[in-house]
Design a protein around this ligand. Structure first.
Ligand code: RIB
Length: 323
């Protein structure tokens, strides 16, 4: 069964669902399976092709909806067929698109993804309409951001829009989770607005200059991010799990879930969407991090971004102790 066909949300009634707002990007992913990445000047024969809904913002919105949240998505799509595809797919997930603008000057964002047999990927993203999400768009969505239990942010729309959204949320007392992806340097002004930050190893290196490839490195990098003003640091370390560093300074390693990896695209988005839901439900950070790790692992088992984002029941099944 395609995961998008999972209608019920783990038995959560509409009343019990937390509200999560996502301000970010939406793309159509053109995915090529190939024995390996091409070298410069080389053509490689691929083995499969697929088109999927993607973009870190849309992926996190779908991940949060499937994990049980009511989701408001704030973003920009082109006035083109890809925009219709993305809007239709998000609506099918029950996500509110009241604050999605259809841009008339730029087309919908696109990504070219090459997936190798071991599931690793390389991605080129052309932001197009995503790059035109503005401070004004965010101000128009103030109501949805302020009404949410939690705001999810990434870095595929302008820094201005991201900062504006974080400021609106903080002013309204809404928890801000920042997924600093794709990797780039960030001003302290944004880091200080983040209650939680979720960088992977590459993003951690760009933000701190520290290699999180060893347990000591990961702890040092997490401390460095805390010193720049982030509330809680949650490093995602792939098959090494995650490292949680809360404000009390007591670091905790969160184990990974061994799975058969098909495609790692959107594993970080599944992690962040599920984390947002568990946090908005008021679960302790350690429990929320485990829920997120399970969702991230499951996303690696299915090809494509949108199709791989796991529903709540599947996450809970992976977390349940073996009988
Ligand atoms: O995080 C995965 C996403 O990154 C893909 O869906 C692609 O669109 C890029 O934005």
């Amino acid at each position: 069964m395609d995961r998008s066909e999972w209608g019920e949300r783990g038995g959560l009634s509409a009343m019990a669902r937390p509200r999560v707002c996502v301000v970010g990007s939406a793309n159509v992913d053109l995915v090529f399976s190939a024995p390996r990445q091409p070298l410069p000047g080389e053509s490689v024969s691929g083995t499969a092709f697929g088109m999927f809904i993607g973009g870190k913002g849309a992926n996190q919105a779908v991940a949060a909806a499937r994990a049980g949240a009511h989701v408001d998505f704030v973003g920009r799509l082109g006035s083109d067929a890809f925009g219709n595809d993305v809007a239709g797919a998000l609506e099918q997930e029950g996500i509110s698109l009241k604050h999605v603008t259809r841009d008339t000057q730029e087309g919908t964002g696109v990504a070219g993804v090459v997936v190798e047999p071991d599931g690793t990927n390389a991605i080129i993203v052309v932001p197009r309409a995503n790059g035109r999400l503005s401070d004004k768009d965010v101000q128009r969505a103030r109501g949805a951001i302020s009404a949410a239990g939690l705001l999810l942010l990434q870095l595929e729309v302008s820094l201005d829009a991201t900062l504006a959204a974080a400021r609106v949320a903080r002013r309204a007392g809404v928890t801000v989770v920042l997924n600093p992806a794709p990797a780039r340097e960030l001003p302290d002004a944004l880091l200080q607005l983040a209650d939680v930050i979720t960088p992977n190893e590459t993003e951690t290196r760009v933000l701190t200059g520290i290699d999180a490839g060893t347990p000591e490195g990961a702890r040092a990098a997490a401390q460095a991010l805390r010193q720049r003003g982030v509330g809680t640091v949650l490093l995602t370390l792939g098959d090494r799990g995650a490292l949680l560093l809360p404000p009390d300074g007591n670091a905790l390693e969160v184990p990974s879930f061994p799975v058969r990896v098909v495609d790692t695209t959107a594993a970080g988005d599944a992690f962040c969407g599920a984390l947002g839901v568990a946090m908005a439900e008021g679960r302790p950070m350690e429990e929320a991090a485990r829920f997120a790790c399970a969702a991230g692992a499951l996303a690696c088992t299915v090809m494509g971004a949108g199709p791989s984002l796991p529903p709540r029941l599947e996450i809970e099944r992976l977390l349940a102790p073996a009988p």
